[in-house]
Design a protein around this ligand. Structure first.
Ligand SMILES: NC(=O)c1ccc[n+]([C@@H]2O[C@H](COP(=O)([O-])OP(=O)(O)OC[C@H]3O[C@@H](n4cnc5c(N)ncnc54)[C@H](O)[C@@H]3O)[C@@H](O)[C@H]2O)c1
Length: 430
């Protein structure tokens, strides 16, 4: 494949490094594109191979020219979320397939643009839901699909973001719904995708509530941080704040963001307690599935630990899965962080509970990223994927609809019916 990457921030490196380090004989990055000249230049250097003229670098304004001139087969989209749809559609129209980071997009209007363009052009977008590929999550899929717990009727699903990882969404572009769709889209797209995939079903109705309970000025005051500044770099009380992100202390953050900020005013270390933040940090949703299953879902972004807990109640028994995760996100204090720990328990009615041995794998996101990259860049050398983990625009679409409906429900206080919502916008997801 000839690939072009648009959006050269932290996430793009996973794709760029994978192509240049792991699959150099199979694929080639022919161009990179970003609106920030500094990050663009770093990305071009990183993707360039020794003994060549390097990789072509294009300003965001020249994205279409990049495709016309460099003729990639596939465009990798790793920009902020609200820009995904425009790049997907333009890549489709130019005859390219797309690999897109999650969430595929953030609202109904842009979802319709993607589905219409997909139908018109026949091109494909692969949404990189890395969580599906973690061995522990694949095992859950396996157990449910085996029918051991019968028909899944009710699910309790809680996702905890700790004060290091969770805080990071309140520092930069994610903090406004118009950029990220809020955490119910930006973050929960992973969780709702897992649910849809595990249950083999799609959501039909959502009732939700949400608010910003922690990352707000009152919390800073209660911590004695009344003199807090707009960003950590210039904050008088940063040295007393558990949420400080010091961009000068980490070489990677410094190179990628601090040295680039004069170009576009993108500050990576905005105060997590700002009044102007527009997203929630405490969210709960009740979701009805087309299959009849119902789900209670909770997401918090300031928990004392990081990870997920889920219980599937089935007609023959229940399945419980818990994962304590330790993510390498920068900034803040992660006191008393344990080690990664996973456990899964199967309890069939009439039998004692049974602890299940959970397989592990090396690599980011619990070993998920390398497996996913193998299926993307070297599918011929992977086992046939009996779990159907590759996600297209349909799975990408369904994974954001619960969050979009939940956001509407938070705004209106009413239950949102997803088929009605889709019909009203003329969106067909199949
Ligand atoms: N699957 C995962 O686990 C995972 C993890 C991290 C990020 N992501 C996703 O990856 C994407 C990027 O996140 P990130 O953390 O790298 O963000 P980032 O802010 O570090 O990088 C975004 C890049 O896009 C560039 N950009 C901004 N406007 C642009 C435009 N108009 N045209 C082209 N480039 C533009 C920025 O300059 C920056 O270099 C997001 O969609 C995020 O949800 C996924």
């Amino acid at each position: 494949m000839k690939l072009a990457i648009v959006g050269c921030g932290s996430r793009h490196s996973m794709f760029s490094d994978s192509v240049t380090d792991d699959y150099p004989d199979k694929h080639e990055i022919v161009a990179v594109c970003d609106n920030n000249p500094h990050r663009l230049s770093l990305a071009a250097q990183a993707a360039s191979r020794e003994g060549t003229n390097g990789v072509a670098a294009y300003d965001a304004a020249d994205f279409d020219a990049m495709i016309a001139e460099q003729k990639p087969d596939t465009v990798v989209v790793t920009t902020p979320d609200f820009l995904h749809a425009s790049y997907i559609v333009r890549a489709f129209e130019a005859g390219c397939d797309v690999i897109c980071e999650k969430p595929m997009t953030i609202d109904l209007a842009s979802l319709k643009q993607i589905t219409d363009a997909q139908k018109r052009t026949g091109r494909q977008v692969r949404v990189t839901f890395n969580y599906r590929y973690s061995p522990a999550r694949t095992q859950v899929k396996d157990i449910i699909a085996s029918g051991q717990i019968g028909e899944v009727t009710a699910v309790d699903f809680r996702w905890h973001l700790d004060r290091v990882h969770g805080a990071d969404y309140f520092r930069r572009w994610h903090r406004q719904k118009e950029n990220s769709g809020g955490l119910l889209v930006h973050k929960s797209t992973h969780h709702f995708d897992l649910l849809n995939w595990w249950l083999g079903a799609v959501p039909s109705q959502v009732t939700a509530s949400g608010r910003r309970a922690f990352y707000r000025p009152e919390t800073a005051l209660s911590m004695g941080l009344a003199q807090r500044g707009a960003r950590c770099a210039t904050c008088e009380v940063a040295d007393r704040c558990d949420f400080e992100l010091n961009l000068d202390e980490d070489a990677q953050l410094h190179a990628l963001y601090r040295e680039a900020e004069h170009e576009d005013g993108y500050y990576r270390d905005l105060c997590v307690f700002d009044e102007e933040i527009g997203i929630e940090d405490t969210m709960q949703a009740h979701i009805r599935y087309g299959s009849g299953a119902t789900v209670n879902y909770t997401l918090t972004a300031y928990s004392p630990w990081e990870g997920l807990e889920i219980k599937f109640q089935g007609t023959k028994g229940d399945l419980t899965h818990k994962h304590v995760e330790v993510h390498g996100v920068f900034g803040g204090e992660r006191a008393h962080a344990g080690k990664d720990a996973v456990w899964t328990e199967l309890h069939i009615a009439g039998q004692p509970p049974q602890k299940i041995d959970v397989p592990t794998a090396e690599g980011h996101h619990g070993g998920a990223d390398p497996v996913m990259l193998g299926y993307i860049f070297d599918p011929d050398n992977m086992e046939p994927d009996q779990y159907n983990r590759a996600s297209d625009h349909v799975a990408g679409g369904w994974s954001i609809l619960t969050g979009i409906a939940a956001n509407m429900s938070i705004e209106t206080g009413s239950t949102v019916d997803i088929p009605t919502m889709l019909k009203g916008r003329g969106i067909t997801l199949s």
